[in-house]
Design a protein around this ligand. Structure first.
Ligand code: ADP
Ligand code: MG
Ligand code: MG
Ligand code: MG
Ligand code: MG
Length: 441
């Protein structure tokens, strides 16, 4: 952990001229302001004032002055900015002007949940798999939905045109202290995945935020547009953000059932049961856009049913073959447009609820759930994820733990903004309707 003096010394000795103070709005979009590095010491002690009234979900104009406090753990030089007169960044915590905690800061929501876990001795470890698309930019410099290549899963150059971009992304991430594990072309044309090594939940959420910025910047530098929109192309694979997770205590993976076991531990099962129990309620956060629900269709490796399995890749929750410290469960519904702080807080607390109530996990479903008939669904008692944002918001309101985890401020601002988003979408006349109705009626 860096100290204030370490950081001040570093910026002094390494020609760091500007400091970006970054934070997330309630929808997980990174915002920032730059200050001169001379002002950093004061910023660390007293915070930096900013007008929060224009930030989505933050505050009303009457109480708009807030303070950003740089988190020393998130310090890094921004590798893509000039190296003479460097720029560094911090991710910040947000306080009200009177010094009290600002309840609209999504990072605080996750901090609170991670601390709750810590009090019980747990470290929640997260390895996200972030997928994204690379699209061409048109002559006016506007993004298109024309994919940058026509390669598929694990394809190689010369069909895979993304290799330089992915390589550059990994290099930038490593410069910023990430350990990248793997990167490859994904199923859809122009679709890619970069995986970084798992870490504690707070670090993972900060890294997802940073990752999304890095991918967009590197794409732009390569004349491309990167998007984390979950389903940019109809009838092709969408982008997910699988969440691999495990709970550690005293440096040991509690999901590991022992060296020779081919199963996960009872702790893992109770935790997973909690996640399954609350999944409907948390879906409006893990899958926040109208477009998120267009990914939940059969045939493209995205889940539709609330079920778990050991190996097959259609269910919501998968248990990869247990391997010692890498024993984990993988939640496959979240997508990369979500707010990682809120999503991971909800997943963690769903799991903790499972542990506390010793929830029992249902039987695994080892068949391809895409082929289930409604009769089989009924017979096997398998429910579906909410199939659109409206239904997801209704589920969110029914599950009372969501409000507790998010806190009143974020809960109510989130729901009202998302309801408005749904209403706007639902009252818009879409091209599909014109195609299907204009001449037929
Ligand atoms: P998939 O087989 O689903 O494509 P990947 O190999 O792409 O999975 O990604 C696996 C992710 O799981 C990586 O980010 C890795 O760091 C992470 N992971 C490995 N072990 C653990 C663990 N014990 N807890 C949480 N995440 C883990
Ligand atoms: Mg993967
Ligand atoms: Mg893999
Ligand atoms: Mg993938
Ligand atoms: Mg996966």
């Amino acid at each position: 952990m860096a100290t204030k003096n370490d950081v001040l010394k570093f910026i002094d000795q390494n020609d760091v001229k500007f400091i970006r103070l970054q934070f997330s709005d309630i929808f997980g979009r990174m915002k920032n302001i730059a200050i001169n590095s001379q002002l950093l010491e004061k910023a660390l002690d007293e915070g930096v004032i900013f007008d929060a009234s224009a930030i989505a979900g933050f505050s009303e104009v009457e109480s708009s002055d807030m303070l950003l406090f740089p988190d020393l753990n998130t310090f890094s030089v921004i590798p893509w900015r000039p190296q003479h007169g460097k720029v560094a960044r911090f991710i910040c915590d947000i306080k009200n002007y009177d010094g009290s905690q600002f309840m609209g800061d999504p990072r605080y929501v996750l901090k609170r949940s991670a601390e709750k876990a810590k009090k019980q001795g747990y470290t929640f470890n997260i390895g996200p798999e972030c997928e994204f698309f690379l699209f061409h930019i048109d002559a006016e410099g506007m993004p298109t939905t024309k994919t940058h290549d026509s390669a598929g899963y694990f394809d190689m150059a010369p069909t895979d045109l993304g290799e330089n971009c992915r390589r550059e992304i990994c290099m930038v991430l490593e410069d910023m202290g990430f350990e990248t594990e793997a990167s490859h072309h994904e199923n859809a044309a122009g679709q890619h995945e970069v995986d970084f090594r798992y870490s504690d939940v707070m670090t993972a959420a900060d890294r997802i935020m940073t990752f999304r910025t890095v991918v967009k910047i590197v794409a732009q530098r390569n004349g491309l547009h990167a998007t984390f929109m979950p389903k940019p192309i109809f009838n092709d694979y969408g982008s997910g953000m699988h969440i691999n997770m495990s709970l550690f205590k005293d440096g040991k993976n509690l999901f590991n059932a022992g060296e020779n076991s081919r199963d996960i531990s009872d702790t893992a099962k109770m935790f997973a049961a909690g996640v399954l129990e609350h999944i409907k309620g948390l879906t409006a956060v893990a899958n926040p856009l109208v477009n998120s629900y267009k990914r939940f269709v059969p045939g493209f490796e995205a889940p539709i049913h609330i079920a778990w399995s050991h190996m097959n890749r259609s269910p919501l929750l998968r248990v990869p073959a247990p391997k010692g410290e890498a024993t984990r469960i993988e939640l496959r519904s979240p997508d990369p447009s979500c707010n990682p702080y809120l999503t991971l807080a909800l997943i963690l607390e769903a799991g903790l609820d499972g542990l506390q109530k010793k929830m029992e996990i249902p039987e695994p479903v080892e068949i391809n759930t895409y082929n289930l008939t409604p009769e089989q669904e009924e017979e096997l008692n398998i429910q579906r994820l909410p199939s659109n944002l409206y239904l997801a918001l209704e589920e969110m309101k029914k599950d009372t733990y969501i409000r507790e985890v998010l806190g009143e401020h974020i809960y109510s601002k989130y729901i009202s903004a998302k309801e408005l988003e749904w209403t706007k979408y639902n009252s818009t006349v879409h091209p599909w309707e014109i195609d299907n109705y204009l001449t037929a009626y």
